[in-house]
Design a protein around this ligand. Structure first.
Ligand SMILES: Cc1cc2nc3c(=O)[nH]c(=O)nc-3n(C[C@H](O)[C@H](O)[C@H](O)COP(=O)(O)OP(=O)(O)OC[C@H]3O[C@@H](n4cnc5c(N)ncnc54)[C@H](O)[C@@H]3O)c2cc1C
Length: 418
């Protein structure tokens, strides 16, 4: 390398734009790695080491569909394609009715335990030259950090610090948790008869139970997700105080409310003592611009400003799509300042996608309307409709308006025309 070439690189280094990200989850790490690959200087500040994440409690069921997985492939960080069992379809049943159907996804989905994924991505981030700092970030820290970078991004998920972003009362449909959540990671679950799938079971008046295969810290597993209507019979995790008890309650729920699935769980056992989770939170949309004590601004991405109930399994998918959009938006902004105008414009662009996911997810948190039930019943007889219903999980915009809006379309005509 000539002396001039070295000088050019140093000069380029001095002009490198500095981005600081709070949080090393799906969005923080995916964006951090993407920005490093585009030549940015990136710092991620997060509150857990890779070892703590790996040895910690499960955080999610994190099933991701093809569009979202493609954004990971684009960055070359899809490290688990040979080890993680693929989810090939969607199965759907409404208990107490004869509504039951399934269809293959056009392209498979995948769930890699965040305890597996995030530690590896943290290493990748550091190997690419990223600065990874471990610290519980406070508002005062944000104030200081904002002065030292060109753009301060908050990717703290459900973390308390996200409350610095004001709740948007117009965009937020609910002000309380809509489901009591339970997660159970298990081994020895009997596979579905046909292909692997997210097997989604709606239990009217009680909630939802779904399951699908995944990869966890000790190999392949299945994840059981329980979504209990608050105050209802599946809102039952309150007195559970041991992993074994959590497993027993999971089995009881399935035997009682989804007997069709009971023979699949006869031999199940927990993947590990931390493979259980229970909790609840209100789905909330926030203003993405946060004001700091000394006048600076921070910008929120993914769950920190657009938090959905997991009923449709969209949070990690949203996070990945949010990152792809922000990566483009940051890079194409070149040397210009990341001011409020840029932030508002970029969030609006993201919201033009996310609003459809949010509305569809919120719709499923309410008792199903007649047209919704009609459409779901029709899937059992109409393969093309079932295919479209299943694949909407990959891009929920496709549900509009036919699935979501009453009388938007005469379904028979639509499918005759297809
Ligand atoms: C029960 C359940 C089931 C789910 N199932 C699915 C599913 O099947 N499919 C799907 O797509 N999504 C699912 N999700 C949602 C998905 O997990 C999240 O939407 C996704 O992880 C959001 O990514 P994120 O980057 O915004 O936040 P996260 O991945 O939560 O990352 C936040 C990061 O910020 C760090 N942090 C927080 N506060 C601070 C602080 N003060 N200082 C420093 N660091 C901080 C955290 O440690 C973490 O590293 C589920 C969620 C739950 C709760």
């Amino acid at each position: 390398m000539t002396i001039n070439a070295v000088a050019d690189i140093q000069c380029e280094d001095q002009n490198m734009r500095k981005i600081t990200i709070i949080g090393a989850g799906q969005s923080g790490l995916q964006l951090g790695i993407g920005l490093l690959k585009k030549g940015y200087e990136v710092t991620i500040v997060t509150n857990k080491t890779a070892e703590e994440v790996e040895r910690g409690r499960i955080t999610s069921s994190q099933c991701m569909f093809d569009m979202a997985l493609q954004h990971e492939r684009d960055l070359g960080i899809n490290f688990w394609d040979n080890d993680c069992p693929w989810v090939d379809g969607i199965g759907f049943s409404i208990m107490g009715t004869d509504i039951s159907w399934s269809h293959r996804l056009d392209k498979p989905a995948q769930s890699v335990d965040q305890r597996v994924k995030m530690p590896v991505w943290m290493n990748t981030f550091e190997e690419l030259g990223g600065d990874l700092q471990i610290q519980e970030v406070s508002l005062a820290d944000l104030d200081r950090m904002e002065k030292q970078c060109d753009l301060l991004l908050v990717a703290s998920g459900k973390g308390e610090i996200g409350k610095m972003f004001e709740r948007d009362a117009v965009k937020s449909a609910f002000d309380k948790p809509m489901r009591a959540l339970g997660l159970t990671y298990v081994k020895n679950m009997k596979p579905r008869d046909e292909y692997s799938a997210v097997q989604f079971n709606l239990i009217p008046g009680v909630g939802e139970y779904f399951s699908f295969p995944a990869l966890t810290t000790n190999g392949a597993c299945d994840i059981l997700v329980f979504e209990g209507i608050p105050g209802g019979e599946m809102d039952c995790w309150g007195g559970v105080d041991s992993p074994d008890q959590h497993l027993e309650v999971s089995k009881d729920i399935i035997r009682k409310f989804v007997p069709e699935e009971a023979d699949r769980i006869t031999d199940i056992e927990l993947t590990d003592d931390l493979g259980v989770l229970a909790g609840r939170f209100p789905p909330t949309i926030r203003n993405p611009i946060g004001r700091l004590p000394s006048g600076g601004i921070a910008y929120g991405i993914a769950d920190s400003v657009c938090l959905n109930d997991p009923i449709t399994g969209q949070g990690s998918n949203n996070a990945s799509k949010c990152v792809a959009l922000h990566l483009d938006s940051i890079v194409s902004h070149g040397d210009q300042p990341f001011d409020e105008k840029w932030m508002n414009k970029t969030f609006d662009k993201y919201w033009s996608y996310a609003q459809w996911v949010v509305a569809w997810t919120n719709m499923l948190l309410l008792p199903p309307e007649e047209h919704t039930l009609k459409m779901l019943a029709q899937c059992a007889q109409d393969e093309a409709l079932a295919q479209r219903m299943a694949n909407g999980f990959d891009d929920p915009r496709d549900y509009y308006p036919w699935f979501v809006q009453p009388n938007a379309v005469d379904v028979e005509k639509l499918w005759q025309a297809a």
